[in-house]
Design a protein around this ligand. Structure first.
Ligand code: F6P
Length: 323
């Protein structure tokens, strides 16, 4: 291969820039030309490319977001869209592609591979729901941002003897909520994978006060049916019976835009570099991920369309420790 391209797709994740830098410089070290495709698969359809030189990817390792831009592209879910994308790559003289992103992005990568384009994915999403990687780029930084918010809310919760609920991102996966709750010492966590009623949350918070705690905190995943909004409404309607107030904070996109921490920079660098190497070595239609303490390449067909489940025993542990 003489010319490859890199794109970032789906939700941005802290560390994506470190992965772009590593993949670019690894390929340049092997005397291969590198282009960056702007704004994900949408940019591919518009043939929006920029040259990625060693200097172009300088000074980005510490920056959140993605210097290439990202997008969600409905057209790329259609057969015509994917064919158009493959044709665009051929017209641009691009012989292989590194796709940095989560589930939807890796599905797009596999569709391109089915059109004869050599692709390698890089596991990157704050949701940590992607199979083929124990942890994905951006998770650690997003978790630390959620934790900072939780720690601050605990201070106010103690001052006012109020209960707080914090809603974190994660789409349909409870990983972020579960780990933020575990690290933040929450009383309970509500995740989509374990149906929980508002009354169960109220009981957990009530029990914390009864044990003499000055604060009571619940973390909920955005994908859970008992969301922060539902809980707030429930507490309002049952104010007299529950006899304590609940305040809700939804963290939302605040979690995605952080400065990548050391863990994410290192993970992204290892995965970005491995992806470029794999592509140039002809090991394609695989996802570069991190499993069992090392970089792994997992075939796309084994990971696309599947999602990882957070460990149920972690929720049990959290509840045992919330004494
Ligand atoms: O996949 C990352 C993520 O932040 C999810 O946690 C969230 O549900 C979704 O993206 C939000 O998407 P958007 O930025 O398109 O609103």
């Amino acid at each position: 291969m003489r010319h490859i391209a890199i794109l970032t797709s789906g939700g941005d994740a802290p560390g994506m820039n470190a992965a772009i830098r590593a993949a670019t410089r690894e390929a340049l070290a092997r005397a291969v030309q590198v282009s960056g495709i702007q704004h994900g698969f949408a940019g591919l359809l518009g043939k929006n490319t920029i040259p990625l030189t060693a200097r172009a990817v300088g000074g980005i390792i510490q920056r959140g977001g993605t210097m290439l831009g990202s997008a969600r592209c409905d057209r790329f879910r259609t057969e015509e869209g994917v064919r158009e994308g493959a044709e665009a790559l051929r017209m641009l003289g691009i012989e292989g592609l590194v796709v940095i992103g989560g589930n939807g992005s890796q599905a797009g990568a596999m569709r391109l591979a089915n059109e004869g384009i050599p692709v390698v994915g890089v596991a990157s999403t704050i949701d940590n729901d992607l199979c083929g990687s124990d942890i994905t780029i951006g998770v650690d930084t997003a978790l630390n941002i959620a934790l900072e918010a939780i720690d601050r809310l605990r201070v106010t919760a103690s001052s006012h003897r109020r209960a707080f609920v914090v809603e974190v991102m994660g789409r349909d996966c409870g990983y972020l909520a579960l780990m933020a709750g575990l690290a933040g010492g929450a009383e309970t966590v509500v995740i989509p994978e374990v149906p929980t009623t508002p009354e169960e949350v109220a009981n957990a918070l009530r029990a914390a006060y009864d044990r003499g705690k000055t604060h009571a905190l619940a973390v909920v995943a955005e994908g859970a049916a008992t969301s922060a909004v539902v809980l707030e409404q429930y507490f309002l309607e049952n104010k007299h019976r529950l006899a304590f107030e609940l305040r809700a904070t939804t963290l939302g996109h605040v979690q995605r835009g952080g400065t990548p921490g050391a863990f994410d920079r290192i993970l992204a660098t290892r995965l970005g570099s491995a992806a470029a190497d794999a592509l140039l070595d002809g090991k394609t239609t695989v996802l570069a991920g991190w499993q069992g303490g090392r970089v792994t390449l997992t075939p796309h067909h084994e990971i696309v369309g599947r999602t990882k489940q957070p460990a149920r025993e972690v929720l049990d542990l959290l509840h045992r420790l919330a004494q």
